[in-house]
Design a protein around this ligand. Structure first.
Ligand code: SF4
Ligand code: SF4
Length: 450
């Protein structure tokens, strides 16, 4: 694609980067077919190619964002399905991130929209505030149909999402989960702001599984939200403040007792942290450590696959529908590992048709764009049901929270199922499936339980 930025504009490294991305696009339109918003709305401006044109025009003319441009960019889920499809390697993620920052700087949103985004930016990255908000939402859930009735769809969406009282609160902080026998490695796990409130059992399962395989786990002091929530709202300064704090916390650990990897169980956060090197590439004080942190970061399934798990302690043959989170399959290109691990653990794994399409979660998208998110959720629930699973596995807390209220099939994180198969407790919500699980027959090696 031909671009017409001036030399003065190209002196800005962010514009130079946008120019490079735009030039890679050959406007073939292959990406439109796999874009969830184009599939639902059928409008070219709600496709990746259409958005790329809008962004190009806005940046080239250094124009403030218009209401029309904001509408189409806001409808983008940042699911990155377009990046998987694109044959030219267009980095749509960095382009739309840049556009969101430009929108935030140049466009004044209507008051209600500003308030909504302010509340989300303050509450969601803060586990204590998020937990309190969730408790209030659960108490208010019976009133959701009332908000539906008066057209307050975003409030109704928030209340519908609050399915149950948060299961507990595992406060992040300096903790080490040491191994009692010869240590094979040492990793940090991101506590995650939503994960520690919505599903503290998730990281507990990951820690048990890693400990059983001789891996010491640390929750470093000073770690905060990965920054993705505010990053996707275009709030660059707040986002980079989170990023720098995490880099400081992990660098302290890397240079102290050492880390083999920084593991993430919420793939949305993983995509963000793997991009820390890019985000701080022009910050001379942080660029090196940011790149080191990004290089050490892995999704838990990547790490477990490389580590090599032993034979499972329990066997079930339960049919698992694997819900591929966008941030994992498109953002991190982690596709086969979770399924291979589940299969090795004795589950019968089934792919979900239209697996490339987002479930509509996408960070705060299901609250800010409830109509599109609701349609995508229902479509995803249908495709999951079509493979007739006993249980659904997903690698991202966002997908779990989004799909749970729409599903009559239990849903768990991949790691919870693995922990169960390797001798851990039955994951919460899967108790009815427990009779299907039995210890492995004699003769098969069980060398896992510490
Ligand atoms: S598939 Fe890639 S090159 Fe083709 S229009 Fe989409 S972004 Fe551009
Ligand atoms: S990130 Fe997803 S929603 Fe946004 S343009 Fe790409 S495919 Fe469409």
């Amino acid at each position: 694609m031909k671009t017409e930025f001036s030399l003065a504009q190209l002196a800005d490294p962010d514009i130079a980067e946008a120019d490079k991305i735009l030039r890679a696009c050959v406007h073939c339109g292959f990406c439109t077919a796999t874009c969830p918003t184009y599939v639902l709305l059928g409008d070219e401006l709600d496709s990746p190619r259409g958005r790329i044109y809008l962004i190009k025009d806005m940046l080239e003319h250094d124009r403030p964002a218009t209401a029309d441009v904001v509408t189409h960019i806001d409808r983008c889920l940042s699911c990155l399905s377009c990046m998987t499809t694109c044959p030219s390697g267009v980095n749509y993620m960095h382009l739309v991130d840049h556009a969101r920052v430009h929108i935030e700087r140049t466009y004044r949103r209507p008051l209600l929209d500003r308030l909504r985004r302010e509340v989300l930016a303050r509450i969601m990255p803060d586990p204590q505030a998020f937990r309190l908000a969730l408790i209030l939402a659960v108490l208010g859930r019976p009133f959701a149909p009332l908000f539906d009735l008066v057209g307050a769809k975003r409030i109704a969406a928030m209340l519908h999402l609050a399915k149950a009282m948060p299961a507990g609160f595992a406060k992040a902080g300096a903790q080490t989960f040491a191994v009692g026998r010869e240590r094979r490695g040492r990793v940090a796990i991101l506590s995650g702001c939503a994960t520690q409130v919505l599903k503290p059992s998730l990281n507990a399962a990951a820690i048990r599984l890693l400990n059983r395989h001789g891996i010491e786990v640390v929750l470093p002091e000073g770690e905060v939200c990965c920054g993705a929530i505010v990053h996707h709202l275009g709030r660059e300064h707040e986002s980079l403040a989170f990023v720098r704090r995490n880099i400081d916390a992990w660098t302290h650990e890397i240079e102290g007792r050492g880390l083999d990897a920084i593991l993430v169980t919420a793939s949305g956060c993983g995509t963000m942290i793997k991009d820390y090197g890019f985000l701080l590439r022009n910050d001379s004080a942080y660029a090196t450590n940011a790149a080191r942190v990004a290089a050490l970061t892995q999704d838990i399934s990547e790490y477990l696959m490389k580590l090599g798990l032993n034979q499972p302690a329990q066997d079930s043959g339960l049919v698992v529908a694997y819900q591929a989170a966008c941030s994992l399959q498109h953002g991190q290109k982690v596709v086969s590992e979770p399924k291979a691990l589940l299969a090795k653990a004795g589950f019968a794994v089934r792919d979900v048709p239209e697996g490339h399409l987002c479930c509509g979660s996408a960070g705060t998208y299901n609250i800010l764009q409830p109509e599109i998110a609701g349609e995508l959720r229902n479509r995803k629930a249908e495709t999951i049901r079509s493979v007739r699973p006993d249980v659904v596995a997903a690698g991202n807390i966002g997908c779990i929270a989004q799909l749970e209220p729409a599903m009559d099939i239990p849903i768990a994180h991949t790691v919870e199922l693995l922990d169960w198969a390797y001798g851990g407790p039955v994951p919460r919500g899967l108790e009815a499936l427990a009779p299907h699980v039995h210890e492995v027959p004699e003769g098969r090696p069980i060398i896992l339980v510490p």
